[in-house]
Design a protein around this ligand. Structure first.
Ligand SMILES: C[S@@+](CC[C@H](N)C(=O)[O-])C[C@H]1O[C@@H](n2cnc3c(N)ncnc32)[C@H](O)[C@@H]1O
Length: 294
């Protein structure tokens, strides 16, 4: 009997690096760029990148909340609270939290009384979110929905507020993502983006990148038995343009009234932008307001 052919590797398997050296390889003297490890992002097609990201969050979902607290020393809670404050949601506001993960921001918006939907493409992350909702439904429970940020299953102008926290960096097509977030916002509606930033001050940026390079994978190894997954943050951040360039991309996508809120010297940032009320010809494209928050 002929031997059955060995199964064809999935696109995900095929595109995994096979250097066997872990997560960092030198490409220039004195400069290490992490391209190894299971979750490298450089050079991926959007489809492969999306599959990789989905794979990654399926792996980390059960410990995602714990590791978030450890890596940020609990500060991510403050930053998310600030995002929700800036959103200005009120009881009845129609809000969408894209890339909601385990639902921190979704629940916080719902606690303010907003009619909130949390959307994510990871079944594993949504499962944790739903378990949290079952444990503590609250007075105004949000809904969770599986879906793709690049193809939102909603009509135009469906929401007054759209948030995306630690999600835009992971979306395979940043400009496509912004267009899609804008499409579902109603005129005058607000988009809020919270993500890792790139500090302007070089020594601070260096220190922070060292933390992401060495400490975060170590925490991943200690608490999840997997350093690769957590070295992904630095890799994805290198591929991400950072808060100032995101502001430019918001202009290009056609948003108005932008503001940039730098947190802890720019290691995190919140970009806020508004869906214009006026037709494009009457819009002004002035620079974003910026504030610094400790
Ligand atoms: C770092 S987690 C952030 C979770 C949560 N928003 C938070 O702040 O803790 C990123 C999430 O984005 C989701 N994600 C990435 N790309 C996505 C896409 N194209 N569509 C929907 N969800 C996506 C992942 O599944 C993951 O749950």
């Amino acid at each position: 009997m002929a031997a059955s052919p060995s199964p064809k590797p999935s696109p995900l398997e095929e595109s995994r690096p096979r250097n066997g050296f872990g997560w960092a390889v030198p490409i220039k003297a004195g400069r290490f760029v992490p391209v190894g490890g299971k979750y490298h992002v450089a050079g991926d097609s959007p489809e492969t990148r999306a599959a990789r990201v989905n794979d990654l969050f399926a792996a980390v979902a059960p410990r995602y909340d714990l590791i978030n607290d450890l890596q940020s020393l609990g500060l991510h809670r403050l930053w998310k609270r600030r995002l929700v404050r800036l959103s200005g949601v009120r009881p009845g506001t129609r809000a969408l939290d894209v890339c909601c993960g385990t639902g921190d921001v979704t629940f916080a918006l719902a606690r303010e009384g907003a009619e909130t939907i949390g959307l994510d493409f990871s079944a594993a992350m949504l499962q944790v979110a739903r378990q949290r909702a079952d444990r503590d439904p609250g007075k105004n429970p949000p809904r969770f929905l599986q879906g793709d940020a690049l193809h939102l299953p909603f009509e135009e102008a469906s929401f007054e507020t759209v948030t995306i926290s630690y999600g835009l960096r992971n979306v395979a097509d940043l400009d496509g993502g912004l267009r899609e977030l804008k499409r579902v916002l109603q005129p005058g509606g607000r988009l809020l983006i919270l993500d890792f930033g790139k500090p302007d001050w070089a020594p601070w940026r260096w220190l922070y990148f060292q933390y992401l390079r060495w400490c975060v994978p170590l925490l991943g190894r200690l608490f999840c038995g997997d350093a690769d997954t957590h070295s992904y943050i630095l890799q994805s951040l290198r591929a991400y343009p950072g808060q100032r360039a995101v502001d430019d991309r918001l202009v290009r996508a056609g948003f108005d009234q932008r503001s940039l809120h730098q947190l802890l010297g720019g290691i995190m940032a919140i970009n806020v932008a508004t869906q214009p009320k006026a037709p494009p010809s009457q819009r002004s494209f002035s620079g974003a307001e910026t504030d610094q928050v400790g």
